[in-house]
Design a protein around this ligand. Structure first.
Ligand SMILES: Cc1cc2nc3c(=O)[nH]c(=O)nc-3n(C[C@H](O)[C@H](O)[C@H](O)COP(=O)(O)OP(=O)(O)OC[C@H]3O[C@@H](n4cnc5c(N)ncnc54)[C@H](O)[C@@H]3O)c2cc1C
Length: 381
């Protein structure tokens, strides 16, 4: 058995990134009224403002509406947004993974059609991967496409599709009907760019623990996708979708979702906390500092064009455990009855974070799946 170590080189951020941090902080300060206890709010108005500053698609080529800035600068921008609780939900998926996926596999026509609209904050995407019987086991997708005249006919269902009811497009993962599942479970896997207004899509809400509508189930009945909305190659969908998942797992959102709670906890602890409270907060801050360095190191790998698959899985696994630990530690350190409508910011943030806590280690790949990826990356499986 060969054993390979992963590595997290010390991050060296250029001056431009430090300069940008100041600009983003000033922008967030101007938009203080829009900030929330968690950064998943959905605000087209805020997305447009971010786009006006040139901060969507910021690493993409200028010819597609990008700004050709570095992965370090993008890292700094999203770190500040998440730490402030900015409502990034509308543009998030398109900017983080659909755009880069299009940049890698899209046709020239697709790049010209989609990317400038994403960079302008005018087009949002949903992720059409999970299904009622295939979440972790993505290769078990049962949604099927067949080739027809001028395009493809698709039937099946997608579940947990965040913001499907307000996204303009979805990247749909499915299989060609003729692919033999027994021989190669990845054979025939294909991705399509699906207009969410297409006939053949029925989007039904699924409410979360907070009673809010973010998730959906999508029923796909004889959906027609034209040839020019095939993404990449027929049958190459597995490679494409795993690349997309790497984008989904590589960012600081995997440890910063509960940052506002940490800030409120420090505030609630006051200027002269008891030693037990100081120790609990100090431990959380120490974990945060290490996670941040690891995540910044991943930004360096992305900038160099490396594929930080395993490192991203390590940060997501540790980061989501940290997020869950933050609300658990807060509850026992400064006990309070978590109430969403409380006037006290600590109590209402604690309530929102606690109710969101289970999701951190499920979305974008569960803890067990990430540990499998890490074990394989280390040559242990
Ligand atoms: C907030 C949130 C947003 C989401 N948004 C989207 C979205 O926009 N689009 C989308 O496509 N999906 C989305 N998902 C779905 C998410 O990707 C899946 O929930 C996740 O992949 C797990 O799949 P599952 O729910 O089917 O659970 P299962 O795969 O059934 O897993 C159940 C349990 O079994 C464990 N398990 C499964 N397989 C293995 C294995 N091989 N080894 C060890 N343990 C295993 C899992 O770790 C888990 O604990 C979202 C989920 C959440 C929580």
């Amino acid at each position: 058995m060969s054993f390979q170590a992963f590595r997290f080189d010390p991050p060296e951020f250029p001056d431009a990134a430090h300069e940008l941090r100041r600009e983003v902080r000033a922008f967030l300060d101007e938009n203080k009224a829009l900030m929330r206890p968690m950064p998943s709010g959905f605000s087209p108005e805020f997305s447009r403002k971010v786009a006006e500053r040139g901060w969507l698609g910021m690493t993409w080529p200028r010819q597609y509406g990008g700004k050709e800035r570095t992965a370090y600068e993008r890292y700094v921008m999203i770190e500040e947004m998440l730490a402030a609780g900015a409502p990034v939900g509308a543009h998030w998926v398109a900017d983080r993974q659909s755009g880069p996926n299009l940049l890698r596999y899209g046709t020239e026509e697709q790049k010209q059609f989609f990317l400038p609209k994403i960079a302008a904050g005018e087009m949002y995407f949903a992720i059409g991967m999970s299904e009622p019987d295939s979440g972790s086991d993505l290769a078990g997708t049962r949604t099927r496409a067949v080739k027809v005249d001028g395009g493809f006919r698709v039937n099946g269902s997608k579940l947990w599709t965040s913001n499907a009811h307000r996204a303009h497009y979805m990247i749909l993962f499915c299989r060609m009907a003729e692919a033999g599942q027994e021989i190669d479970r990845h054979a025939g896997a294909t991705q399509f760019l699906v207009d969410m207004k297409s006939p053949g899509l029925e989007i039904r809400p699924v409410h979360n623990l907070l009673g809010e509508h973010h998730f959906n189930q999508i029923f796909i009945n004889d959906l027609f996708v034209p040839d020019n909305r095939l993404l990449g190659q027929v049958g190459a969908g597995w490679k494409q979708v795993t690349g997309e998942l790497a984008f989904e797992r590589s960012g600081p959102e995997r440890f910063l979702s509960t940052f506002r709670l940490l800030v409120e906890l420090v505030r609630a602890a006051g200027p002269d906390p008891e030693p037990g409270v100081t120790a609990a907060i100090g431990r959380l801050i120490a974990h945060l500092a290490i996670l941040r360095r690891m995540s910044m190191s991943i930004a360096g790998m992305l900038q160099r064009g490396d594929n930080p698959n395993v490192e991203a899985a390590v940060v997501k696994d540790l980061g989501t455990s940290f997020e869950q630990e933050t609300s658990a530690v807060a509850r026992v350190t400064i006990p309070a009855e978590p109430t969403l409508s409380a006037m006290d910011a600590y109590i209402s943030t604690l309530a929102r974070t606690t109710l969101n806590s289970p999701r951190f280690s499920i979305q974008g790949g569960t803890r067990e799946i990430l540990r499998g990826i890490i074990a394989r990356g280390l040559g242990l499986r």
